[in-house]
Design a protein around this ligand. Structure first.
Ligand code: GLP
Length: 245
């Protein structure tokens, strides 16, 4: 954060000038999503203003969603995302959706391995209790912005080696001749709690979309049961509606 110009501009309250400089630094990418803001005291010394001024500027930015305070660990930058428009009628993968928009995806793995299915995984995938399932839990990141947390569950039959999934689940299923051709998706509103909020870099209680996808092979078998949590500030789901026949 360059010190000169930090409080530039004409007359007006100091906290508003500081607020504006911080806002510009966030929006221009000088401060990155997830960066910790220096402690109030340091920022006050640095900008040569009082701590009250810093607090007011920070309060303002927290209210507008550009900073988030995390209990006991400090104040962090939230870079707003440009919203992604997502069709509700096409069965595509996250990697493909982002690639179409020219964004690079990467994942932070939360879970990747073979497990015995939970009761609802057993029911949804139509598996016996002694079957094995591959679970893939990922924080999904597009151009360094965390957008979603996805937990996919696939019968081990289709994905015997979950570690072979390096980036795209659908690409791996395609290689196993098990890419889904149809899916049913349920979307509901939620408030994002910790630890998900911390991973997604949003405030606790921020709006989220909880999405469940069950997808099928042409044979009618369920191939995937995925529960996802999308950032509500990042997605617009769009569907085309037609008059029923
Ligand atoms: C979307 C869907 C998930 C699906 C995933 C596959 O995000 N909500 O249900 O598992 O795409 O994406 P990829 O092939 O990039 O892993």
């Amino acid at each position: 954060l360059p010190r000169e110009g930090l409080l530039a501009g004409g007359p007006g309250p100091l906290y508003l000038k500081l607020r504006q400089s911080l806002e510009e630094a966030i929006l221009s990418g000088k401060l990155n999503h997830g960066d910790a803001l220096p402690p109030e005291r340091d920022l006050a010394d640095y900008a040569n203003v009082s701590r009250v001024t810093v607090r007011k500027a920070v309060d303002d930015l927290v209210r507008d969603g550009l900073l988030v305070r995390r209990h006991g660990s400090g104040t962090f930058v939230i870079r707003p995302v440009s919203r992604v428009e997502q069709s509700l009628s096409r069965l595509t993968s996250f990697t493909e959706d982002m690639a179409r928009r020219g964004l690079n995806t990467r994942a932070e793995w939360l879970e990747r391995g073979l497990f015995h299915p939970s009761p609802d995984e057993m029911m949804t995938l139509g598996l016996p209790a002694d079957a094995l399932v591959a679970r893939l839990g990922r924080l999904r990141i597009a151009d360094d912005m965390p957008l979603a947390i996805e937990r996919a569950c696939v019968s081990a039959e289709f994905l015997p080696d979950p570690l072979s999934v390096s980036s795209s689940l659908y690409a791996a299923l395609g290689r196993a001749d098990a890419r889904p051709v149809r899916a049913v998706q349920r979307i509901s509103a939620c408030n994002i709690k910790d630890p998900d909020a911390a991973m997604l870099g949003v405030a606790v209680g921020a709006a989220g979309l909880s999405i469940e996808r069950v997808s099928y092979l042409a044979s009618g078998r369920v191939v995937e049961f995925t529960r996802s949590l999308y950032r509500g500030d990042a997605y617009d789901f769009v569907a085309e509606l037609t008059i029923p026949e």
